[in-house]
Design a protein around this ligand. Sequence first.
Ligand code: KG4
Ligand code: ZN
Length: 334
Amino acid sequence: MSIQDRQYILGIDTSCDDTGVGIVALEQGRAKVLSNVIWTQEIHKQFGGVMPELASREHLERIDQMVELALERAEIGTQHLSAVAATHGPGLMGALLVGLCYAKGLAQGLAIPFYATHHLEGHIEASMSDHPDLEFPHLALVVSGGHTHLFDVPQQGEFKLIGATKDDAAGEAFDKVARLLGLGFPGGPAISEAAKQGDASKVPFKVPLEGHKGFDFSFSGLKTAALYAHQAGANPFDLAASFEATVVKSLVKTTLKAAKTLGRKVVVVSGGVAANRALREAFQNSPLEVYFPPHDLNTDNGAMIALAGARALKLGKSPSSSATPAQAYLPLGS
Ligand code: KG4
Ligand code: ZN
């Protein structure tokens, strides 16, 4: 198949602290990731959290280089692109604006369609990248540093929010507990690593909202319980193991309850926390048919946005207006 028979979509995500650019080829209705480059901003590590002003400045400094690298790795030039997609929300306002304005400019300059993409739709798309024909209806659980959202997805493009965290996001709780234990940032992988050396049964934590009605989550009380256990001298490895196990139980049990209530058998899990090994195992041992993103598409990246753009192109969706604003707060499926 020649380069002319394919459509190439470039995707950009600058919603938080990663400058992500990816390129997807669309060929006979199948989307394939050709490149996925991410500039991870190390500058925030010293603060133990993301500094919004610094994030946008770094995106601005790196975006050009990342686009060039993504094109180079995909072995194409801008003249081959059929569409450009970029995250327009939710995320950090200044950070979002960098990728969004860059994408609009690129699309306008090349006279090709531009697709404004919801960040969470990108995450969900990443989990389906190896299974593009995944059946509807299904559930979609998005667990990241900013979100813990459970959606019912009755059909293509329709997202019904059925549960969400009442306070901290799952990834945020991982990050905060890691900080408490002096394990560094981002906290998820650090906790997971420490947990390997711990015994989860030594520090008993209550599963948040267990026995409650509905499908919501809560992690702030668990975080406080971790703080008290730490102050009482709990072994940090045991604490990490128990914390991780409790978060996993909460996510899996609530998703199972929702699946049972709604009669769903398939769940798509995405977002940074979907990289968690214990979470993957727990879901794989559950009665649900579960799909995760490939490892390089777990955390924020541009390829997931390009995949969402490819789907929009494939479905013949109208391109977004060049006036589409960046939106820090942008619910999916509302
Ligand atoms: O999706 P993502 O890259 O950014 C947001 O949109 O928030 O998710 C980042 C979050 C961080 O909170 C990080 O600690 C968490 O994902 N994370 C993990 C793991 N890898 C990343 N949490 C638990 N276990 C992991 N292995
Ligand atoms: Zn994300």
